[in-house]
Design a protein around this ligand. Structure first.
Ligand SMILES: Cc1cc2nc3c(=O)[nH]c(=O)nc-3n(C[C@H](O)[C@H](O)[C@H](O)COP(=O)(O)OP(=O)(O)OC[C@H]3O[C@@H](n4cnc5c(N)ncnc54)[C@H](O)[C@@H]3O)c2cc1C
Length: 353
């Protein structure tokens, strides 16, 4: 029988970051993934941005999370001998004069300023509508998620640690201190399956599906920042092709692109870009979000060798490095899972299920 330390089901951003963390700790893994054309890690624009939301505020735990992100991905590039991490400033135009005023009043917040490269009170970029100016954000950029995931798959294949297959619950044997799946024994199995399918052991968790659509576009300008005003415009691996997104829908979860999604994004792009743009492609995916907008990490309430890493929501690129580290430390007995993200916060739902 083959023995590994950990089996990981799902190789999106969650499973990929966790697998690399564990390999870097000298642990053995076996990763199985059923690639689906629309899994959300592959559709994602890969944007990371520490200043977000309507209120233009520092994102949750920005200091720790962005420090980890800027350490993890460059190291991963060197280890996997591939390029996928692209730091780039992000320009967020003010929508109104009130927004500009509110921001100016807030600039005393030193913590926030760390992430702000410059503030403009009049147009700073001639190709977009930004007459009230805007803020230019530091420590932002994008991850070429497809390049990262492919590079990791190649590494896992070279270690004979990857299998492209669909996990089947009926083939899993759970013992006191180990699990066994198709002749592979491990100390624990970690489910990183996004919304595609939750193991029946974790289907009581409140993972909410949030559909998103994006457009690939081309236009004449080659911006050297990411534009973000109600819609983001992020470079892609293809020269002169940009990804614009995204939509957010809890109600329409249809597994397809919609004319409404296309129209919404096209309208927002027209309000941002002065130059004409061409739509080249439309994509959709479904994000695994949680009611409290925090990831879910930790062991099943009854079977401690079944573990989950999920709920990365709309920010998988920035959250996965930090929380894969936390989970890997817990799995190897070197650290705790923080209360805010611990599966224990949902335990009352389990007893009722
Ligand atoms: C349109 C859109 C745009 C986005 N843009 C961004 C962005 O710019 N920046 C950002 O940070 N985040 C973005 N996100 C969110 C981001 O994509 C998610 O946070 C992240 O990808 C979630 O990763 P995951 O690994 O948990 O899930 P997934 O990517 O869904 O990965 C789960 C994996 O598990 C596999 N799997 C499932 N069931 C099984 C099974 N039974 N057997 C084997 N394998 C299985 C799936 O095939 C998949 O490969 C976006 C999402 C969408 C939909």
């Amino acid at each position: 029988m083959k023995k590994v330390d950990f089996i990981i089901v799902g190789q999106g951003l969650a499973g990929a970051c966790l697998a690399l963390r564990l390999l870097n700790k000298g642990k053995t893994v076996w990763v199985m993934d059923q690639p689906q054309s629309n899994r959300c890690s592959k559709v994602a624009a890969g944007l990371f941005n520490p200043i977000t939301g309507m209120g233009i505020v520092k994102t949750w735990r920005a200091e720790e999370i962005f420090e980890e992100l800027f350490e993890f991905f460059p190291k991963a590039e060197a280890q996997l001998k591939a390029s996928f991490f692209y730091p780039m400033h992000l320009y967020r135009p003010f929508q109104t004069i009130e927004e500009q005023n509110n921001w100016m009043a807030k600039t005393a917040d030193k913590g926030q300023n760390k992430f702000v490269k410059a503030v403009y009170t009049s147009s700073a970029y001639p190709h977009i509508h930004n007459s009230y100016g805007g803020i230019e954000v530091n420590q932002s950029g994008y991850l070429d998620t497809n390049a990262f995931l492919s590079a990791l798959t190649r590494r896992l294949l070279s270690l004979d640690s990857y299998s492209e297959e669909n996990f089947r619950q009926d083939l899993l044997s759970i013992r006191d201190n180990t699990v066994e799946y198709k002749g592979v024994e491990a100390r624990k199995i970690i489910f990183c399956t996004g919304v595609a399918s939750l193991s029946p052991y974790f289907d009581w968790l409140p993972i909410r599906q949030l559909k998103g659509e994006t457009l690939n576009i081309s236009f004449s300008e080659r911006p050297d920042v990411i534009y973000n005003k109600g819609v983001y415009v992020v470079p892609t691996s293809e020269s002169a092709v940009y990804k614009a997104g995204a939509t957010y829908s809890l109600s329409d979860l249809s597994p397809a692109c919609t004319p409404e999604g296309r129209q919404e994004l096209a309208d927002k792009l027209s309000a941002l870009l002065k130059d004409p743009f061409q739509i080249l492609k439309q994509e959709w995916g479904i994000r695994p979000t949680t009611v409290d907008r925090r990831p879910i990490l930790g062991p099943h309430p009854e079977h401690s060798n079944l573990v989950i890493f999920n709920g990365l929501g709309t920010k998988g690129v920035s959250l996965a490095p930090y929380f894969s580290n936390q989970l890997a430390n817990w799995l190897t007995g070197e650290g705790e899972i923080h209360k805010e993200v611990n599966i224990n916060r949902f335990k009352p739902l389990y007893s009722r299920s």
